[in-house]
Design a protein around this ligand. Structure first.
Ligand code: GUN
Ligand code: FE
Length: 431
């Protein structure tokens, strides 16, 4: 049994989405699980815990829940920053699919995924929801890397069965067979924080038969599902051409893909009827502002999603997104929100507390894992970041005394991974 104590300032969101600031708390952790969170506890209580490890935070430091990246393409890391002269459909063909095909080479996959998981942990992503590629072997390597380096992860082997000239698709039978093999291999890793996720890429890349079969597998095995939706205007029109005058939500719903464990990236161009269906099914939308701006997809009105009772998490959407840092993504959520405000589409722009919620408990709710992570409640697992505003060479200098609330603002607007001193996943120190 391993017992850890953390003492110092703490910030997290409570169940109501309220951001709570505590100047001095003590968190007791046993085998990765939070046992107790107390404000100003007496020393006797700490002594009685007989900790193996005591961490006393210094002035300028505070502890926050780990960040949750609900949508990231691990295979697209090598293309960060590339191809933003295009919009999404052309970008996929010109840059993305040619790169993903290279992951047939397992050595290449090993080299890339080693870096992906290490780096994403360094930026404070304690839970990542990954898209891999079509290939089972590479996708299993990604899951193994997450387990090795200690990142909580959902890992998806991508499904595509609509024929293409470059051969980057599978037959329906092969797609199902390799998905089942992938699920089995991930379960054999035997690490409860690593889960397979069913990953039909998009309604234009999978046919109805495949989507229905994948929905059945998800139901039988009680798995999460991830895909893309309403990212781009042209794409939305093509969905109508292929499936008749309908919406992407209706297509996914008739396949049985919409559950309370389904997350869909983007959701910029959803119609009111789609919002209604998504809310009824408990399906969440993942907001990816970096990608949406780089590829000129559009400005997602997150307030409209919230008003329709849809949970919203954040995704870096590498490599549509140009950074794998959720902290960078938070800044872009604020930029997009301010842009909607300045163009008269939103009366109340989001602030730093709103994005802090989205990056932590909001992401956990979107993924329906808020019983495990997202904030510091007794009984949850300890996924946490120690933030240090005195970090050497960071952009921030402490010229005067700031309140804890001011320090969170400064970190969100002007901080970077140099201010993320240490990272813990289920109690294990991974940075
Ligand atoms: N739609 C289908 N696949 C993708 C992808 O890899 N990235 C983005 N941004 N959109 C997609
Ligand atoms: Fe994506």
């Amino acid at each position: 049994m391993v017992r850890q104590v953390f003492t110092g300032s703490m910030i997290h969101a409570d169940e109501n989405g309220e951001v709570i600031f505590k100047e001095s708390v003590t968190i007791l952790v046993e085998d990765g699980k939070i046992i107790d969170v107390t404000e100003n506890p007496d020393q006797q209580k700490i002594d009685d815990f007989h900790a193996d490890e005591v961490n006393n935070l210094s002035p300028g430091q505070f502890i926050v829940p780990g960040f949750i990246d609900c949508h990231i393409h691990a295979v697209q890391f090598p293309n960060l920053g590339l191809g933003y002269d295009k919009t999404v459909l052309d970008w996929l063909e010109a840059y993305t699919f040619p790169l993903e095909r290279q992951f047939i080479d397992q050595q290449f996959a090993e080299k890339v995924f080693d870096i992906v998981v290490k780096r994403s942990l360094q930026t404070g992503t304690t839970t990542a929801c990954y898209f891999s590629c079509l290939y089972t072997e590479a996708s299993v390597i990604l899951a193994e890397k997450c387990s090795q380096f200690g990142q909580r992860a959902f890992v998806g082997k991508v499904n595509m069965n609509v024929p293409r000239d470059d051969g980057y698709y599978e037959s329906t039978d092969k797609s199902i067979e390799s998905t089942l093999a992938f699920i089995k291999a991930v379960e054999q890793i035997g690490n409860p924080i690593i889960r397979p996720i069913i990953t039909p890429r998009h309604a234009l890349k999978c046919d109805m038969e495949l989507m229905q079969e994948l929905a059945k597998i998800a139901k039988e095995k009680d798995l999460h599902i991830q895909s893309h939706i309403a990212e781009d205007r042209d794409e939305k029109e093509i969905v109508k051409e292929v499936y008749g005058d309908t919406t992407c939500t209706a297509v996914y719903d008739s396949a049985g893909l919409l559950t309370n464990k389904t997350i869909l990236a983007h959701g910029i161009y959803l119609e009111d009827s789609e919002l209604n269906t998504l809310a009824k099914r408990g399906t969440a939308i993942i907001h990816c502002p970096s990608s949406n701006i780089n590829l000129k997809s559009g400005l997602c009105d997150v307030r409209r999603l919230n008003a329709n009772n849809i949970d919203v998490g954040l995704g870096t959407d590498v490599s549509g997104g140009a950074s794998y840092s959720i902290l960078d993504e938070m800044g872009l959520v604020l930029h997009v929100s301010n842009s909607l405000f300045l163009t008269g589409h939103d009366n109340v722009p989001f602030d730093y507390k709103d994005v802090f919620f989205m990056a932590t408990l909001g992401g956990a709710k979107a993924l329906s894992i808020e019983d495990k992570v997202g904030n510091f409640m007794a009984g949850k697992e300890f996924d946490a970041l120690v933030i240090d505003l005195n970090a050497e060479n960071s952009l921030l200098d402490n010229f005067t005394d700031y309140t804890l609330e001011e320090n969170l603002q400064r970190f969100i607007y002007s901080g970077d991974d140099r201010n993320i001193l240490s990272v813990y996943v289920k109690g294990r120190k991974v940075k």
